[in-house]
Ligand binder design. Structure first.
Ligand code: B12
Length: 344
């Protein structure tokens, strides 16, 4: 008797719905089977990581954003994706034949999985990778780079509001004289904010691997474009952060009577939201790009709307901040653009 024919090899795209179902069911073993089956069928590990795990995580994000999934469901799914990445890595041991690349998240950056995907792809391409994971303080990273004769450091930033911190980290690495490559959605859809900060950027793990092999380019970073910082609006906003959050909270409490009955957790979440508004505005001023702020506001309105918080509360906060920051011309202009984004 002959063995039943194996189903024809299918790729990550065909396996994606099944993989998502496994994440939704928090079924770690089946999710791992889906990924390992693709490897068995001859699909390169890089494609399994980037065409199966990465898009699934984006979908997880969309479901969280629309309040279809709770934070707990997102955490369970992300944990499984991490296990799948580890399982794929364990099946594909590549002896390093290229230099040492240190892959690290920026200080305060907890999105380690995107950086881990990059680290694994570099490892698959033969680099000797040191993966430092989430939120590495700048001073510790620099002393690690000194210790380790790195070919380059790859820095990840998923949230645009962390860009001023990212820049400080980039400068610290520059002083250590190690070539830098950055990536992650925090640098903007086409890496436009990386260009502002004068640093090489790659849009995905495969192009990161390509940039790192181009020695000449790697050692010649693009020029920084931060002359606008001479107006001192950025440090002014940093100094006024606490005042902006306090005033916003007081104003909202008067505007939304239901806030009187908010639980401490709900109040914390509101303070976090106000902090994000201020931090995204501050980051937009840092790179001098209103779209950083307006795209955040559009995202925030969608997040709040799916949680039954009306958009006019965001508009009101932006109005309050515009009044408070009337002598900050750029921030004022971005707040006005933000109010247009709320209404569109
Ligand atoms: C899982 C997750 C988390 C987990 C992360 C756990 C972990 N171990 O990574 C936790 C719970 C910690 C988390 C927290 C938060 N998160 Co989150 N998170 C996600 C989620 C769902 C998946 C992340 C992921 O794995 N992505 C998959 C990879 C493949 O994404 P990728 O960025 O496309 O990566 C590719 C490229 O960008 C590039 N790349 C990425 N990094 C690097 C680095 C280098 C050096 C290079 C060269 C290239 C490169 O290559 C990658 C592969 O090709 C995303 C959704 C999303 N779209 O990413 C939200 C998301 C990023 N999170 C979001 C938010 C808002 C938050 C919080 C602020 C929520 C909160 N209120 O607390 C916090 C902030 C925490 C912090 N300070 O860092 C938002 C950001 C929205 C925005 N406007 O910026 C997103 C987009 C969700 C959403 N759709 O709304 N999150």
């Amino acid at each position: 008797m002959t063995a039943p024919a194996r189903p024809a090899a299918s790729g990550p795209v065909e396996a994606y719905p099944e993989f998502l179902d496994c994440l939704a069911a928090a079924d770690e073993y089946s999710a791992t089977d889906v990924a390992l089956r693709l490897l068995d069928d001859g699909i390169p590990a890089e494609r399994v990581l980037l065409d199966l795990v990465a898009p699934a995580q984006e979908q997880v994000g969309r479901w969280w954003q629309r309040n279809v999934w709770s934070v707990a469901q997102e955490h369970a799914a992300t944990h499984i994706s991490e296990r799948v990445v580890a399982a794929v890595a364990a099946q594909t041991r590549v002896r390093p034949h290229l230099g040492r690349i240190v892959v690290s998240c920026m200080d305060g950056e907890w999105h380690a999985l995107p950086a881990r995907l990059v680290a694994e792809v570099l490892r698959l391409r033969g680099w000797d990778v040191a993966f430092l994971g989430a939120s590495v303080p700048a001073a510790h990273l620099v002393s690690y780079l000194h210790r380790d004769d790195a070919h380059a450091v790859a820095l990840a930033c998923a949230l645009p509001m962390r860009l001023p911190h990212a820049h400080r980290m980039i400068e610290a690495c520059r002083r250590a004289d190690v070539p830098i490559l950055v990536g992650g959605r925090g640098f903007g859809p086409d890496g436009r904010w990386a260009r502002r900060l004068g640093v090489h950027w790659a849009g995905d793990a495969s192009s990161a691997a390509d940039v790192l092999t181009d020695e000449r380019t790697l050692h010649r970073p693009p020029p920084e474009d931060l002359d606008h910082l001479a107006d001192d609006e950025y440090p002014g906003l940093v100094n006024r952060r606490a005042e902006l959050i306090d005033t916003g909270l007081r104003d909202l409490t008067a505007l939304v009577p239901a806030m009187a009955d908010y639980t401490p957790a709900q109040l914390d979440a509101t303070v976090d939201d106000l902090g994000h508004i201020v931090d995204f505005l501050t980051a937009a001023v840092y790179v001098d790009d209103a779209t950083l702020f307006t795209s955040f506001i559009t995202w925030m309105v969608e997040v709040l709307d799916s949680r039954q918080v009306p958009a006019h509360t965001v508009d009101r906060i932006l109005e309050v901040y515009a009044d408070m920051l009337h002598d900050f011309p750029r921030a004022h202009r971005f707040l006005r653009a933000g109010r247009v984004a709320v209404r569109s």
